[in-house]
Design a protein around this ligand. Sequence first.
Ligand SMILES: C[S@@+](CC[C@H](N)C(=O)[O-])C[C@H]1O[C@@H](n2cnc3c(N)ncnc32)[C@H](O)[C@@H]1O
Length: 463
Amino acid sequence: MDHLPVWLALTGRSVLIVGGRSAATAKLRLAHDAGATVTVVAPTLSDEGTRLAGVTHMAREFAAGDVAGRLLVFGATGIDAVDRAVSAAARAAGVPVNIVDRPELSDFLMPAIVDRGPVVVGIATGGTVPALAAHVRGLIEAALPQGLDRLASFAASFRSAVKATVAAGPVRLRFWNRVLNGPVAEAALAGNDVRARELMLQALNRAEGGREGEGSVTLVGAGPGNADLLTLRAVRAIRAADVLVYDRLIGPEVLDYARRDAERVFVGKQTARHALPQEEINALLAARARAGQRVVRLKGGDPFVFGRGGEEVEYLQRAGVAVEVVPGVTAALGCAAAAGIPLTHREVAMSVTFVTGHASEGAVEPDWADLARANHTLVVYMGVANAGRIAAELIRHGLAATTPVAVIENGTLPGQRVVGGTLVGLEELVERHQIASPALLVIGEVARGAAVAAADVRQAAAG
Ligand SMILES: C[S@@+](CC[C@H](N)C(=O)[O-])C[C@H]1O[C@@H](n2cnc3c(N)ncnc32)[C@H](O)[C@@H]1O
């Protein structure tokens, strides 16, 4: 590190800017927003500069005496002789100076800034490549949640209450860590102040009663497999987890977001071993939370779409364990986008239904007549094993045998396959291509593109 990052209090302090071009206006805007009393020395001032309240414009060339009494001086004329003169005058007067794009004439560098209200991140790259700072800023912008300013003011409003309730030192640090990485922070970030306050008061009450170590469970939708489809909120929850409970559809790249010390518990099917029964998963989640851990239950797609998330939430609520849900991109949406199949489309598909093709024992039979509608898209989850029966029922209830179908296997993942055909040939299509789970069936006019592409491939192969 060859520069010291400091955050200067500028309110009411005098800052001089020499120059009127766009680089000078950028510095003028920053100094003005930070509360400085700004003087600009330049023959002309930009329109933006003239609109800013409290800016003094001296419409003339720079004179060495202009630097007297300033807290900071910026030079941004782009004229070598003038910039050098500004630098020399400021240095002679002992006033820190920054000359835009001239590190050798500057005492301090201006960082790229990410501004989220009271939270400000400055990025310096030692004056190397300015584009690098902008690139890093983009990465940080994406990682920092929107609404961080709300979270900061929320936390500030509880600062004294926490001080009065939670013992100083590591206990208080742990308390804030939990607050900032859990449901309280999520509510505050989302602007749900009432809920955030309610949860914060509960956390304070627990701390007062010596029960601050209670954990929580977050059901996180991990999307259809490709880690790029995780939401920012999902990534935050995964990073904060002490333990991750996951099954087969969760890829290693998703788990890579977890802390190194986070425990990973696999509860899916392995060749030699069946998946853990749902009741045991429920009990495991509750036990870990009661032991004080922040548990993340990772679910493929969205937890509330064919994910048994509802059962887990009900169980945990009955058990008195704090639980929240982070939605995910459900397989239908992720796979359709990856396969280029719009689920609704002007004139050919006015509605879409997600249905499970896996008939569990004693389950109610789907309303085939309702599903066999024209101008409709049907997305069948877990339908590969029953593809023949599903097609037969839809045809029996009036859907044209020639209706296009697409089968998407491993959607969004590197091994994705999309095959197309018609409803009457669905079973044969699945068998011929040896489609394996996970796969989705898309039935309806919108799948015509996939069907045509498949026919073209067959023709090319035959020819
Ligand atoms: C138990 S359901 C879970 C659905 C999940 N909760 C969701 O919202 O996507 C599992 C089924 O989702 C579908 N599925 C999930 N990921 C998929 C993928 N990457 N490609 C194709 N189908 C997928 C398959 O039909 C699979 O059998």
